[in-house]
Ligand binder design. Structure first.
Ligand code: PLP
Length: 417
């Protein structure tokens, strides 16, 4: 094993046993066995602090926002806007006006597709993505390409599941209108060099959208340091409520973008002759948002910030190293995704056992993992497999749980050998 990263060595320690007490769902048994929840890449569990923030909103001050002059509406508005400030500080965004609340990461990417890229896209233009993207960073672009005659260009991935900067650079042309790239792969765990990719794209005056869905729960993200023009993520993978996402967008770009949905709360004035749209972020937040969900996301941001993202990153790096060591020793197991820079995602296949069989047998042991294509079918095609079994770690997972994972995989091995 390589020497630990000095930065990680200096990171504060996570008191995992203490942290686990914050997550009521983890106390249960599944099929008579203690729950080992290793499906965090799909969605993470919620700490008491988030559950309470959402409950308190509904119990004490719930009301619609931005429109009432009564006390409850003003309290709810203040809490909602406070969450926007928390998210801005969390991403180190220069301004709260650059934080748009959406239904999720998927909707945030679609917003960029329809409001930033579509008005700029002509037949023959190009959209550059990588071969490891989640469907949510493929399909919106394909729809635009079909509508306009633009072309989707794809940066290939190596056998280890990495992309090369040379391949990115060589595929950016005068026709490239945007680069869409994930920071951490949900299917492979690869951490992409997004800062360098942004530098390369900006040198050619091309904007970059970073899909941070799997990054924000696992590492400190600084959108100014990355230099991203747009950055998208979902609350539910960050220990926050479902139904909420975030799009960070550079204010100068947001100001040039038309709304992509019309309705209440996104206007300055409306008459049948003419509507004047509000400034960002309101311009992109038509209709009543997920008020309690956004407030819950604010609590989730507080929660991970208090634990320290550096501690979470170091903890998950340790779990990943340990799991990789134990799982790769099991005969017949092949790990899919062996990038040098990896986050807490371990995808694997086994000789003779389909990933769904692996998932079912592990579930009987109380071990929850994901089996399937992980909304990344092109990745499966790249590796010539139908699916993988995937364990994805969270801040509350332990080394003992990693051992339980490995023991259960050994059982699968024994059954299918
Ligand atoms: N991007 C990545 C890398 C993901 O892993 C996911 C969800 O798995 C998404 C985008 C889409 O997130 P959501 O379904 O919350 O919109």
């Amino acid at each position: 094993m390589s020497a630990p990263d000095p930065l990680l060595r200096a990171a504060p320690r996570l008191d995992v046993e203490r942290v686990r007490e914050d997550f009521p769902i983890l106390r249960q048994q599944v099929h008579g066995k203690p729950l080992v929840y290793l499906d965090n890449g799909a969605s993470a569990q919620k700490p008491q602090q988030v559950i309470e923030a959402v409950t308190r909103c509904y119990r004490e001050y719930y009301s619609n926002i931005h429109r009432g002059i009564h006390m409850l509406s003003q309290t709810a508005t203040a809490a909602f806007e406070e969450a926007r400030g928390k998210v801005a500080r969390f991403l180190n965004a220069p301004s709260e006006k650059e934080i748009i609340f959406t239904r999720g990461c998927t909707e945030a990417i679609n917003l960029v597709a329809y409001s930033y890229v579509r008005p700029r896209l002509r037949a023959g233009d190009e959209i550059l993505i990588s071969a490891m993207e989640h469907h949510s960073n493929i399909v919106p672009w394909q729809i635009l390409c079909e509508e306009t005659g633009a072309k989707l260009v794809v940066v290939p991935i190596s056998d280890a599941g990495e992309i090369s900067l040379e391949d990115v650079e060589s595929r950016i042309t005068e026709r490239t209108r945007i680069v869409g790239i994930m920071q951490v792969s949900n299917a492979l765990g690869t951490i992409n060099p997004v800062r360098e990719i942004v530098r390369i794209a900006h040198a050619r005056s091309v904007a970059v959208l970073v899909d941070g869905a799997q990054a924000v729960p696992r590492m400190a993200v600084d959108v100014q340091d990355i230099g991203a023009d747009f950055y998208a993520f979902s609350s539910h993978k960050l220990y926050g409520p479902t139904g909420v996402g975030v799009l960070y967008g550079r204010l100068d770009l947001l100001k040039t973008m038309p709304p992509w949905q019309g309705g209440g709360d996104m206007i300055r004035s409306v008459s049948f002759e003419r509507t004047e749209f509000a400034e960002p972020p309101a311009r992109f937040e038509a209709g009543t948002p997920n008020i309690a969900g956004v407030i819950g996301l604010g609590a989730a941001v507080d929660y991970v910030t208090a634990l320290d993202l550096r501690a979470i990153e170091a903890h998950e790096a340790d779990l990943l190293r340990y799991a990789t060591e134990l799982v790769s020793e099991i005969p017949g197991v092949r790990i899919i995704g062996t990038a040098a820079e990896k986050a807490g995602v371990l995808s694997f296949v086994m000789e003779d056992a389909h990933p769904h069989d692996i998932g079912t047998i592990l579930d009987a042991d109380g071990v929850a993992i994901r089996s399937g294509h992980h909304c990344a079918q092109p990745v499966m095609q790249r590796f010539g497999i139908p699916a993988t079994a995937r364990a994805s770690f969270g801040l509350y997972n332990t080394r003992v749980e990693v051992e339980q994972l490995a023991a259960s995989i050994r059982k699968v091995r024994d059954l299918f050998a």
